[in-house]
Write a protein that binds this ligand. Structure first.
Ligand code: GLU
Length: 460
């Protein structure tokens, strides 16, 4: 799953698209492309390899005229990395262009159906079927109703997708839809934007809307309208992203991972600051903001921690700490296993889902499974407003700031801190620790940022 950026507004689109895509380069990709609506047609430029090839082909976007467009960096899942397989993918006469993150699981069935109806496919991607299917339904509506074509397409495809869509008939409009792949939209003084991740548009806006599963956004230069799959307009609240653009840049470091390692003292301090209160020589823990009633904590007979990769390993540490301090048995599950077995949760099990991005697909599916069984879920996540944060019953945000490196460092450190804080809180509420013991533990935690700094100073 790679990068999507879209823009419609007063400014030339292509340079903004390329700039946004460059902020998503860290995710890895094999090809890139963009599509910009002209007066009557859509101009598509694609290249295999690095983004600079596309930059060179278009003089950093300046040769692609137009103020409404979509861009993509692709990580191939269906079809080799090549120019025909790069996105945007188009319908037969290039009147519809699509960028896609994710996988369309039933694309072979749809493709067979469309081939029988005379459609000619040019790529080996699953994404091309979306463009063709949109054409099929758009024609069915007499080329009048793009929204209807989009909702019909959404009802027909299975799988995960975040999509940016252009129709040449509707030149100053970008459509954005998603299911199980993240997509955000934002607005600034010059126009509106879509992106698959915050860093891509942080330079342009900090007020964003998270598109929920099976929602559609229609963007023009000065408006964003949201619809559900019944084509009814829906209202959404925006989220203000506190991270500044600099936080998502390398800031003089050689690469993101070394920068993020050095940010650990700050990240840990900010995370501790969310709930540790110091007044004079008193120190205390205040978790009241997170809304888990003391009765729930007292009745808890088990904790089930779910995560993927490093977040799972945080769970392994958390088990030691929660069992040691709060004397509650803890199970840990790899999210992808949890969702595919038939997990047994007692009614008084608190489920804790840990995820940096808050978009980890398996962790989200596990959260939904736990809620389906009637259990409450506490999410420990880093990205404000992310899907897991929105769907969980309780949310604790770690304060790592944007983590760009794929190998986690500061987000992992703050997740560990969160586990310690919750363990102390559980233990205190259940009467396993007295005030003096709590104070001792909190002081040890508060000493950590300086201790981490000293280790980093001495790293050579
Ligand atoms: N499945 C699509 C393809 O292979 C999209 C991959 C991606 O998310 O970049 O073209």
């Amino acid at each position: 799953m790679c990068g999507i950026v879209g823009y419609v507004g007063q400014e030339q689109a292509a340079p903004i698209l390329l700039d946004g895509l460059s902020k998503l380069e860290y995710r890895g990709y094999d090809s890139a492309g963009l599509a910009v609506s002209g007066k009557e047609s859509i101009e598509v430029v694609k290249a295999k390899g690095r983004l600079h090839v596309l930059n060179d082909m278009t003089d950093s976007g300046r040769t692609v005229v137009g103020t409404c467009g979509i861009g993509h960096t692709r990580w191939a899942t269906h079809g080799e990395p090549s120019v025909p397989n790069a996105h945007p993918q188009c319908n037969s006469d290039r009147s519809i262009a699509v960028v896609h993150n994710g996988i369309i699981e039933n694309y072979t069935d749809i493709k067979e159906y469309l081939v029988k109806h005379g459609y000619n496919f040019q790529s080996s991607t699953d994404t091309e079927t979306v463009a063709m299917l949109l054409e099929y339904y758009y024609e069915e509506s007499g080329r009048k109703n793009p929204l209807e074509a989009i909702t019909k397409m959404m009802n027909r495809v299975r799988g995960a997708y975040a999509l940016g869509i252009l129709f040449s008939d509707i030149p100053d409009t970008v459509f954005a839809v998603r299911k199980d792949s993240p997509l955000i939209v934002g607005k600034n003084e010059t126009g509106t934007l879509i992106a698959s991740d915050v860093p891509a548009i942080l330079k342009y806006t900090r007020d964003v809307y998270y598109i929920d599963n099976l929602e559609i956004a229609q963007l023009t230069k000065d408006s964003i309208t949201f619809y559900n799959t019944d084509m009814e307009e829906i209202q959404k609240k925006h989220v203000h992203i506190e991270w500044d653009a600099e936080a998502a840049e390398k800031g003089g470091y050689e690469h993101f991972m070394i920068k993020e390692i050095h940010e650990q003292p700050r990240a840990v301090r900010d995370t501790l600051g969310t709930c540790i209160r110091e007044e004079g020589d008193k120190i205390s823990l205040d978790m009241s903001a997170y809304g888990i009633a003391e009765d729930i904590i007292k009745q808890m007979d088990r904790v089930c921690i779910i995560g993927c990769g490093s977040a799972y390993h945080v769970g392994v540490v958390a088990k030691y700490v929660i069992e040691d301090l709060a004397r509650i048995p803890v199970d840990i599950d790899v999210a992808s296993e949890f969702r595919y077995r038939r997990p047994i949760l007692s009614p008084n099990t608190l489920v804790i889902v840990i995820s940096q991005s808050g978009e980890t697909a398996d962790s989200l599916a596990a959260l939904r499974e736990a809620q389906r069984q009637g259990n409450k879920v506490l999410a420990i996540v880093n990205v404000v407003g992310s899907t897991i944060a929105r769907e969980a019953d309780y949310v604790y945000y770690t304060m790592a700031g944007p983590e760009i490196a794929v190998a986690t460092t500061k987000a992992y450190a703050t997740q560990l801190i969160a586990s310690f804080l919750w363990a102390i809180h559980f233990a205190q509420v259940r009467g396993n620790l007295d005030e003096a013991q709590v104070e001792d533990l909190l002081r040890s935690l508060m000493a950590l940022p300086d201790q981490i700094s000293r280790i980093l100073e001495d790293k050579e």
